[in-house]
Structures are given as structure tokens and as C-alpha cells.
Design a binder for this molecule. Structure first.
Ligand SMILES: [Zn+2]
Length: 88
């Protein structure tokens, strides 16, 4: 799929476009899948966004869902997305 755009931003050799094809703002051209996989495998969950998956159990999920339900911003975003059907 070709991602068409008029507006874009560039920094450090990376172009971010306001895509007319899919409606999202994203990097273009896309990073090769092998590079993305390497980033996620090597760094993402250890340095960029550390997360201990061993802590996830039923209680953790229940608490996370409660936090989301009680967060006004997330509720507003959910309503916006559902109304505009951007992601559904
Ligand atoms: Zn696109």
C-alpha cells in the first residue's frame, strides 16, 4: 500500500507523515520489520519501557481495568474513538 501525504516532519533522518491513505501520523517509509523486531527484542521492554511481565496475574489485570474505567481522559478518548470509528 502506498501511503500518500502532503504534510510531513523530519528529524534525524526520519520522516513522519500525516497520512492521507490511512489517516494516521506515522514514520514513512516504514522501518523494515526485521529492524523493528530487533528493537523490541533487544531494548524496548528492558530500557525504553521496562515492564516486568511476571507481575501480571488476574488481580493485576482487574486493577488495571479499574484504573482505566476511572480515568476521565481514557474514557473521553474511548468515546472519541468509538464515535469516529478511527480504530474500530
Ligand atoms: Zn499511512
Amino acid at each position: 500500500m502506498k501511503h500518500l501525504y502532503d504534510d510531513f516532519w523530519e528529524a534525524k533522518g526520519v520522516r513522519i507523515i500525516e497520512c492521507k491513505t490511512c489517516g494516521f501520523k506515522h514514520i514513512y517509509p516504514f522501518i523494515p520489520k526485521a529492524e523493528v523486531a530487533k528493537l523490541y527484542e533487544l531494548d524496548y521492554y528492558t530500557t525504553i519501557k521496562p515492564f516486568d511481565y511476571d507481575q501480571v496475574d488476574e488481580d493485576y489485570v482487574r486493577q488495571a481495568l479499574l484504573r482505566i474505567q476511572e480515568d476521565a481522559f481514557l474514557n473521553t478518548m474511548f468515546d472519541f474513538v468509538v464515535q469516529n470509528k478511527k480504530l474500530l
